[in-house]
Write a protein of this length. Structure first.
Length: 256
């Protein structure tokens, strides 16, 4: 439906307004008791003034942190494109998500860009789009893909690009305990076919200079990619492994 130059997009998406997670009180009490049992087993004293309500607070915080499963009805509006269709980029957009492998947070910033077709979306909606897919159990690679795919579902742009830079507590607090950043990119539509457009997007986003040269690195081996990067980046800027992901374009691990 179109009203006063505003497109209603609810026909293109599920009825998010109806996707509300309702947990019966008896189930909530059972979950809280289970959390209390786990916390106590791992060493928490639940008989102090500061911890008696911790299982309840934990459950409520987890419900808030996964609110993205309920969608966001405010995304269901768009506007007709005006003027020449150039590149629209928004960022950095802060986000926090829960890694589905360890249920620990990863957090960072997103840049989202698109080339408008017949419709555009409000700038604040790009933030909402990022956070809708961040506030759930996910992995960084999938999150970038979902943001771009949903942008296509919403307004059918000519192309979309998503750049995510995040720190993962599952590698900071456990395992290798490295203080690195993980960078992922995802290209859709015109960005997939046009290397120059990808480079323009990278510069506009303010991405690290190494990412601007990702096109020539996508099909390189890990060792060759590292050698190529060092032509553009000082050794101090990249101290950890560089992993190439064919699915998302490239995945880099930086130590800032």
């Amino acid at each position: 439906m179109e009203t006063d130059n505003i497109f209603e997009l609810d026909a293109a998406l599920p009825s998010w307004a109806e996707v509300v997670r309702r947990i019966p009180p008896e189930d909530w009490d059972r979950y809280r008791a289970s959390i209390a049992e786990i916390f106590e087993a791992f060493g928490m004293d639940l008989e102090t003034p500061g911890t008696r309500e911790t299982p309840e607070r934990f459950l409520r915080a987890l419900l808030d942190a996964t609110s993205g499963y309920e969608g966001d009805p405010k995304l269901l509006t768009a506007f007709p494109a005006e003027g020449a269709s150039g590149l629209v980029v928004e960022g950095p957009i802060s986000f926090a998500a829960l890694c589905e492998h360890h249920a620990l947070p990863f957090f960072g910033a997103a840049h989202v860009g698109y080339m408008a077709g017949e419709q555009i979306i409000g700038i604040s909606k790009l933030t909402r789009l990022v956070r809708m897919f961040a506030r759930r159990f996910t992995v960084q690679e999938r999150m970038g893909e979902q943001i771009a795919e949903m942008l296509f579902t919403l307004i059918k742009p000519k192309g979309a690009a998503v750049y995510l830079d995040a720190s993962h507590l599952c590698t900071r607090m456990r395992g290798v305990e490295e203080q690195s950043h993980t960078v992922t990119t995802y290209w859709h539509g015109a960005f997939e076919q046009d290397a120059e457009l990808r480079r323009e997007s990278s510069v506009t986003h303010g991405m690290p200079i190494a990412v601007r040269h990702l096109e020539s690195m996508i099909r390189m081996s890990e060792a060759r990619a590292a050698m190529h990067l060092r032509e553009y980046v000082n050794d101090d800027d990249i101290d950890c492994a560089i992993r190439i992901s064919h699915r998302s374009g490239i995945r880099l691990c930086f130590d800032y």
